[in-house]
Design a protein around this ligand. Structure first.
Ligand code: PLP
Length: 392
């Protein structure tokens, strides 16, 4: 037998392993120093009380014969899809409940969605990029092309009319750059996709962090329903990284090659996915209740306050960065022309602060660095003081 030789084309990504190794070595050599991690890509605050209460209720239901639940529907329970549809309505976007697929998170969906497309399709991603989009498509043998996000376009890549693509991944607010597209910029991508008969897979995992008038959904842009699929996650919105729940929206009218993409995805999910557990769906619906939205806002504001601390320090230091405003990520230009690993070492050795070297996210990450706001306020404030002392 043969294995999938496409795995040979994956570039080994030792980023987080190397970060951990260097951090551990420093800790062993300097046991007296407190290391502060500003590279955390995971949430640290607990679930909101109402979410826990509904998850517990869901567990109680499973204890009783009358309320017990077996296999859930592949696309999620109606009350959850209605709650998500209601959430969209709050920011002025109409998405019907039956266009929503509840999932175990955005990572699986962004990696699995291309199952419904031919492996002959070309995939366009922005550089720097959330690596899952690239690796999932390389595994399937698809060709990848890159759109450059860089300082000139404020890390918001725009389409190149000379490049054609079939599947386009956009992530806004972006991981790793924190940059968020405006409605006008997204319209350019929508027009490009329509012209190319392409489909945009729009990753809105960080939409809840938006504080200005940047679109919370690609479906607020005219024409998007004819060319876009949107995926979102409760991971960062409501602290579900360990609980696992997300959702994907495929408009009913979205067709390619004579097929409804909604119908193809339903078929795919029915074959390879058996749904999200009852307690987790109960918890997910609670997130979108009036009380749930109020409660998750506390955690979002906590992370926003950390982001503001970091971005204000960079403003003071005169360092170029994107993100921090609509995003838990701050993407900064390494000072004094340092490379991203060079800056990593500099920060670790002289301030005992850990971040993520940008080059782990693509060529355009060289010379850039990602900090995150998922740490505690006290530790973030301390790290910021150390960074200011080191760099001023
Ligand atoms: N999409 C982006 C851009 C992310 O940064 C992440 C997580 O870091 C995910 C998707 C994964 O989300 P989930 O936890 O729902 O799988």
């Amino acid at each position: 037998m043969k294995v999938n030789s496409n795995f040979d084309s994956l570039v080994p990504n030792y980023l987080f392993a190397d970060v951990a190794r260097k951090t551990n070595e420093f800790a062993a050599a300097h046991p007296e120093q407190e290391i502060i991690k500003l590279g955390i890509g995971d949430v640290t605050l607990p679930l909101a009380p109402i979410v826990v209460a509904f998850m517990k209720k869901g567990c109680d239901d499973l204890r009783n014969k009358e309320t017990f639940k077996g296999y859930p529907e592949y696309e999620g329970y109606d009350f959850v899809r209605e709650a998500i549809s209601g959430y969209y309505k709050r920011f002025g976007v109409t998405v019907q409940p039956d266009e929503i697929f509840v999932s175990d998170g955005a990572k699986s969906d962004c990696g699995n969605l291309p199952d419904i497309f031919s492996t002959d399709n070309t995939v366009l991603v922005t550089d720097p990029v959330y690596p899952v989009y690239v690796d999932a498509n390389l595994m399937a043998g698809r060709k990848i092309v890159y759109a450059s996000s860089n300082k000139e376009n404020n890390f918001l890549a725009i389409p190149d009319e000379k490049v054609s693509a079939d599947i386009i991944y956009l992530c806004s607010p972006n991981n790793p750059t924190g940059a968020a597209y405006s409605a006008e910029q997204l319209k350019v991508w929508v027009d490009y996709a329509l012209k190319n008969d392409a489909v945009i897979i729009y990753d809105a995992a960080y939409e809840a962090f938006i504080t200005d008038d940047s679109p919370r959904s690609i479906f607020s842009v005219e024409g998007a329903r004819e060319c876009a699929i949107e995926l979102c996650s409760l991971s960062k919105t409501a602290g579900f990284t360990g609980t696992r729940c997300g959702y994907t929206v495929i408009p009913k009218e979205l067709k390619r090659d004579g097929h409804s993409l909604h119908a193809l995805w339903y078929r795919r999910q029915a074959t390879k996915f058996n749904g999200v557990s009852w307690p987790v769906q109960c918890a997910a619906a609670a997130v979108f209740s009036d009380e749930g939205l109020l409660q998750i806002r506390d955690n979002l504001n906590y992370y926003r306050r950390n982001a503001k601390l970091i971005s204000s320090a960079l403003d003071e230091l005169g360092i170029y960065y994107t993100g921090g405003k609509n995003s838990p990520y701050i993407w900064l230009e390494c000072p004094n022309g340092m490379g991203s690993w060079e800056f990593f070492d500099h920060l670790l050795q002289n301030a005992a602060v850990v971040g993520t070297p940008g080059e782990g996210f693509g060529e355009n990450g060289k010379g850039y660095f990602r900090l995150t706001s998922f740490g505690s306020y006290e530790k973030t404030a301390e790290a910021v003081e150390r960074i200011k002392k080191l760099l001023s």
